[in-house]
Design a protein around this ligand. Structure first.
Ligand SMILES: [Zn+2]
Length: 241
């Protein structure tokens, strides 16, 4: 099994903070699995709120590993915010990853249908109707290899993923710990659905990273995209590996 960190480029959040968008490619046997799809080359989101640099880079980043979108077999969505899911569609709204099963937590799907924009709902409803979407009900394990943990916090149906390669655990915590800065600093009530819960899960993940010497992946960091975690007094810090 191999893990590759892919980049989709950067964007500026509503609070003027510049964020990277990282996705992950996990390959084994005949499987090429993506975790999240970034923003994509479309503008099906609130363009007044976010400043996005085009062209986006996910497809080039996939190509750098000798693959095309048709080779992607599954897509795991941590959640359905635009910066994690719009990259599944081209500028005409057509699904790019035609051979992939799109795995979404049922709770996240219900949240999305209740509160997202009509244009994004239509994109995903088309995907649902094509039969290429699979709803997951709670924590699950994909092919006995990728553990998905439904934890909520950032969104009601948020999930993160873990894989173990030869005894080394890799944790893709997504927007629970989006950047290195978030290890010790605040998530935002404007962004997190349940901030208390986000803090609780974040602490659990960081403690588990220390106990198991896990590698933690930061989905919105540009410099340190993955790291081990150690205790630093009352706080946590990353260490170079
Ligand atoms: Zn995000």
């Amino acid at each position: 099994m191999k893990i590759h960190i892919l980049t989709d480029g950067e964007f500026t959040g509503y609070d003027s903070v510049r964020l990277s968008v990282n996705c992950y490619l996990i390959s084994y046997a005949d499987q090429n699995i993506l975790i999240d799809t970034g923003i994509g080359n479309n503008s099906f989101f609130d363009t007044d709120k976010y400043s996005v640099k085009y062209p986006r880079k996910l497809l080039t980043s996939i190509k750098d590993h000798g693959l095309g979108p048709e080779n992607i077999t599954k897509i795991i969505y941590t959640h359905l915010h635009f910066d994690h899911s719009n990259g599944s569609f081209d500028s005409d709204g057509k699904c790019i990853f035609k051979n992939a099963k799109h795995l979404i937590q049922e709770t996240e799907w219900m949240r999305f249908l209740n509160c997202d924009s009509d244009i994004r709902k239509n994109l995903f409803l088309n995907l649902y109707e094509s039969g290429n979407m699979e709803l997951i009900h709670g924590s699950a394990c994909i092919d006995g290899k990728i553990k998905l943990i439904l934890c909520g916090g950032h969104t009601e149906g948020f999930q993160y993923a873990k894989v173990n390669i030869n005894g080394q655990e890799h944790i893709f915590a997504g927007d629970i710990i989006p950047t290195v800065w978030h290890i010790n600093n605040g998530n935002s009530p404007g962004i997190d659905h349940d901030i208390e819960k986000t803090f609780e899960i974040k602490r659990e993940i960081l403690e588990s990273c220390i106990s198991n010497k896990s590698l933690l992946y930061f989905q919105h960091s540009s410099m340190t995209r993955s790291s081990r975690i150690v205790r630093y007094g009352e706080r946590f810090k990353t260490i170079k590996i």
